[in-house]
Design a binder for this molecule. Structure first.
Ligand code: NAD
Ligand code: ZN
Length: 322
């Protein structure tokens, strides 16, 4: 193993011991945003050889169920996913994974970028589901890692304008560095109507696509109301199981509401975007730790001290800070 990024869900398992129905009942290795170097391959493996550097797609599917056979392997009912209890993750020195879920990195990409292909693939999947294309006018709610990679992908897919919101200034600052056309800092005193009005005014029109990347009820409510008639709302953020959302308004305006779950054939696209320079994920990385300092790494991710966006853990003992 080389580089493993910390995801909000890893922190959640550590702090709460569960996410929805997934409960940690015994010791479990965390980590699922990872890259590695191939040490050995099974005798039938043809796509990889020792020495290859790979981005590891963390979900192994059954390849046989109706969802797998229909091309929706990410919805496989028998999915085995790193660090989703009881399955161990890959924040380890050595790890075994199915070869067809290891994506070889091109020479011009490094292992940190390799680990970031996991969140970037979520952004790619969200933008594909949204049908983002040249001329799309996009609202991204939430400037965490997922909101930021969604924004980067939307731009790479041709969106002409992107506005991104957050509660936290430093995340919006990062969004501007990464190319956001407009940012909106949400204050507690703002009403939903205020937020909708400011978004429309800044964009000069209604967004044609909204990517909801917070899971906050307020944001889901804004998303279905602010998106242009006939437009698309993509729900990426995972919040409360039940929410109150004004759906009739979306119905009469034929707003399309679509869920997103992880990724489906998106790693190759994510790699292509970085390889060709269309997306730069490096500025997302704010912190580096060795595997021995994993607790410190999790503390940074948990407390937000030092304004982390993406915290990376280096599992290879040869790693040196640059
Ligand atoms: P994060 O917590 O780092 O980022 C969320 C951001 O939203 C934060 O910066 C926060 O300040 C902001 N925010 C919260 N409430 C807000 C509000 N009312 N208005 C504006 N901004 C607000 O999380 P992340 O890693 O970026 O992930 C984002 C969401 O996506 C999480 O809910 C996560 O569970 C979910 N997720 C879903 C998938 C999927 O497959 N659907 C995959 C990965 C992550
Ligand atoms: Zn399956």
């Amino acid at each position: 193993m080389e580089v493993v990024g910390i995801c909000g869900s890893d922190v959640h398992y550590l702090v709460s011991g569960k996410i929805g129905p997934f409960v940690v009942k015994g010791p479990m290795v965390i980590g699922h945003e990872a890259s590695g170097t191939v040490l050995e391959v099974g005798k039938d493996v043809k796509n990889l050889k020792p020495g290859d550097r790979v981005a590891i797609e963390p979900g192994i599917t059954c390849r046989l169920c109706p969802d797998c056979k229909n091309g929706n392997y990410h919805l496989c009912r028998d999915m085995i996913f790193c660090a989703t209890p009881p399955v161990d993750g890959n924040l380890t020195r050595y790890y075994v994974h199915d070869a067809d879920f290891c994506h070889k990195l091109p020479d011009n990409m490094d292992l940190e970028e390799g680990a970031l292909m996991e969140p970037l693939s979520v952004g790619v999947h969200a933008c594909k589901r949204a049908g983002v294309r040249v001329g799309s006018v996009v609202l991204v709610l939430g400037a965490g890692p997922i909101g930021l990679v969604s924004m980067l992908t939307a731009k790479a897919m041709g969106a002409s304008k992107v506005i991104i919101t957050d509660l936290v200034d430093h995340r919006l600052k990062k969004a501007r560095e990464l190319g956001a056309d407009f940012t909106l800092r949400i204050h507690k005193s703002m009403t939903e109507d205020d937020i909708i009005k400011i978004i429309k005014t800044k964009l000069g029109q209604d967004p044609t696509v909204t990517l909801e990347c917070t899971g906050a009820e307020q944001c889901v409510r804004v998303a279905v109301q602010v998106t242009r008639s006939g437009g698309v709302v993509i729900l990426v953020g995972l919040g409360k199981f039940e929410m109150t959302v004004p759906l009739a308004g979306a119905l009469v305006r034929e707003v399309n509401i679509r869920g997103v779950f992880r990724y489906n054939n998106d790693y190759p696209i994510a790699i292509e975007l970085v390889k060709t320079g269309k997306v730069n994920v490096k500025p997302l990385v704010t912190h580096h730790y060795t595997i021995e300092d994993t607790l410190k790494a999790f503390n940074t991710a948990k407390t937000g001290e030092g304004n982390p966006i993406k915290v990376l853990i280096h599992a290879n003992p040869d790693w040196k800070p640059s």
